[in-house]
Design a protein around this ligand. Structure first.
Ligand code: GLC
Length: 438
C-alpha cells in the first residue's frame, strides 16, 4: 500500500514535468494575465494624505498621521463588489497592500498591535475576505508588503532627516527588526498563501541586510509556485518599473508597470488628475505589446468604497477588454520597433497579428517589412472585413512591400483604440534589413 502511494506520487510528479524535463513554468499565469489591479488601502485615506510618505517627508506630524487610525472604519467594505469590478476589468490578479511603509497591517498580525483589528474601528481582518472573494472568482492573489517599517521601534529609518540608528552601529537591533519582518512574511505565507508577493521599500538596505535569500526561502518553502517581484535585492522573479513607461524592453523577460489612477496611490480627493480611458487603454496596449503587464492601481476610501472616478476607469477597461480581449489575453509581445506606428501583439503561434490603432485613426494603417501574405483582416469585436494593398514591392528584391490597410469606416472605430486582426499565411516572418543593396 505504502509502496503504491510512493509510486503514485512519483508518477504524478513525472506528469507535472513537461516533455523537456523541466518543471511547469510558474510564471505562465502571470505572463498571460496582462492586467493586474493594485490596491493601496490604508489609514492615509482618512485625511487623504500621501501614503506613509506624508509623515516621513514631514508634511504632517507622525502623531497626526497616526490619529487617522481612529477614522479607518471599513464600514462599507464589500470585497465581493471590488472583485466583481476587478474581474470585469479583465484583470487576472490583484495585489493588496497588506502593510505599507507606515507599518499598519490590514490583517491581525501576531507580531504587534499596529494593525486594523487592534488599532482601528474596522476591528477585523480586511485581507482574508478579499482574498476569499478573489479566489472564488478564479483570480490570483497578491500581497504587497513593505520590508521597511517606519513605525517599528527597531527599524533604522523614521523621518527623512531623522533616523533611529545606523544598522552598522547596532546589528543586534537590526536583527530584532529582521526577526519581526521575516516573522510577518512567514505569517502572511502561512495564513494567506498569496500567489504573488509584491515587496517594496528594499531600497533602504542592500539585499544581504534584508537576508533576501532567507525571505525567498520562507516564501518558496510554503508556496513553491509563488511569484516574487523584483524589489527584494536581486532575488525577485520579474521587473517592476513604476509609473514611467519603458521605451525599450526592460532587461528581464517578465515585467510589470505599476501605475496610479491619477498621481497618487492612496485615496486623495485633492487629486483630480485622473487618467482618461483613452490614456489608460493606450498605455495598457503599449505595455502588453512589449510583453509586459499593467498593474493598475486603485485607492479605496476609508469606509471601503471605491471613488467613482476609479470605478469608471475599471469600467472603461472592462468595456474595452470585453470587445478586444482576444488581442490582449494569452497573446505575446508584438513586432519589434520599426514595423508599425503603434502597439501590436501576436498570437502564441504568431500566425495572427493584432494592430492597435488610436480612436480617431480613421486613415490607412501601414505595416513595413512583413514577409507573410495576409489571408484576412478584420476589426476585432465587430467582424468588419478590410481589404489591403501592397505598395512598392519590387519583384527582384527580397524586401517586402508596404502593406496599406484600407481605411476604417467611422462606424467601426472604437472610442479608445480599434484593433485589427490580421490572419497570416503562417508564423510571422519579418524583414529587418536596411532596404537596399548599395
Ligand atoms: C513606491 C512608494 C510607495 C508605493 C509604491 C508602489 O515604492 O514608496 O508609496 O506604494 O511605490 O509601487
Amino acid at each position: 500500500m505504502k509502496k503504491m502511494s510512493v509510486v503514485a506520487i512519483g508518477l504524478a510528479l513525472l506528469m507535472s514535468v513537461t516533455s523537456f524535463g523541466q518543471l511547469p513554468d510558474k510564471m505562465q499565469w502571470f505572463r498571460d494575465a496582462k492586467l493586474g489591479i493594485f490596491i493601496h488601502w490604508g489609514i492615509y485615506a482618512v485625511n487623504g494624505v500621501s501614503e506613509s510618505w506624508s509623515f516621513h517627508n514631514r508634511q504632517i506630524s507622525y502623531t497626526d498621521y497616526m490619529a487617522q487610525l481612529k477614522g479607518f472604519t471599513a464600514s462599507s467594505y464589500k470585497p465581493e463588489a471590488w472583485v466583481e469590478l476587478i474581474k470585469a476589468s479583465g484583470a487576472g490578479y490583484a495585489v493588496l497592500t497588506t502593510k505599507h511603509h507606515d507599518g499598519v497591517a490590514l490583517y491581525p498580525t501576531r507580531w504587534n498591535d499596529l494593525n486594523v483589528v487592534k488599532a482601528t474601528p474596522a476591528k477585523r481582518d480586511l485581507v482574508a475576505p478579499f482574498y476569499k472573494a478573489l479566489r472564488s472568482a478564479g483570480l490570483k492573489v497578491g500581497a504587497y508588503y513593505s520590508l521597511l517599517d517606519w513605525s517599528h521601534p527597531d527599524y533604522t529609518g523614521f523621518l527623512k532627516d531623522s533616523s533611529r540608528y545606523k544598522r552598522e552601529d547596532d546589528p543586534a537591533r537590526f536583527g530584532r527588526f529582521l526577526q519581526f519582518c521575516h516573522g510577518q512574511i512567514t505569517e502572511l505565507m502561512d495564513v494567506y498563501k498569496p500567489d504573488l508577493i509584491w515587496f517594496d521599500g528594499d531600497w533602504e538596505h542592500p539585499g544581504t541586510s534584508w537576508d533576501a535569500p532567507q525571505i525567498r526561502k520562507i516564501i518558496l518553502d510554503r508556496h513553491p509556485g509563488a511569484i516574487i517581484n523584483s524589489r527584494l535585492g536581486e532575488y525577485g522573479d520579474y521587473a517592476t518599473p513604476e509609473q514611467n513607461m519603458p521605451i525599450t524592453q526592460p532587461d528581464r523577460k517578465e515585467w510589470e508597470l505599476c501605475m496610479t489612477p491619477n498621481y497618487n496611490w492612496g485615496y486623495r480627493p485633492s487629486d483630480s488628475a485622473y487618467k482618461t480611458p483613452y490614456e489608460l487603454i493606450t498605455i495598457f496596449a503599449d505595455v502588453v505589446g512589449r510583453g509586459g503587464n499593467l498593474l493598475f492601481n486603485i485607492g479605496p476610501k476609508p469606509d471601503g468604497t471605491l471613488p467613482a472616478e476609479q470605478m469608471a476607469q475599471l469600467q472603461a477597461l472592462a468595456r474595452w477588454n470585453k470587445k478586444n480581449g482576444e488581442a490582449i489575453f494569452s497573446t505575446v509581445a508584438g513586432l519589434p520597433e520599426g514595423h508599425f506606428y503603434g502597439p501590436t501583439t501576436l498570437s502564441k503561434d504568431s500566425t495572427t497579428l493584432y494592430l492597435f490603432l488610436p480612436s480617431q485613426a480613421g486613415g490607412s494603417a501601414m505595416i513595413k517589412g512583413l514577409k507573410n501574405a495576409i489571408k484576412s483582416i478584420e476589426v476585432v469585436g465587430n467582424g468588419q472585413k478590410l481589404g489591403h494593398k501592397v505598395v512598392g514591392k519590387i519583384s527582384w528584391s527580397e524586401v517586402p512591400g508596404l502593406v496599406y490597410i484600407n481605411a476604417l469606416p467611422q462606424s467601426s472605430l472604437d472610442k479608445e483604440m480599434t484593433v485589427l486582426k490580421l490572419t497570416l499565411d503562417g508564423p510571422v516572418k519579418l524583414y529587418r534589413g536596411k532596404g537596399g543593396f548599395h
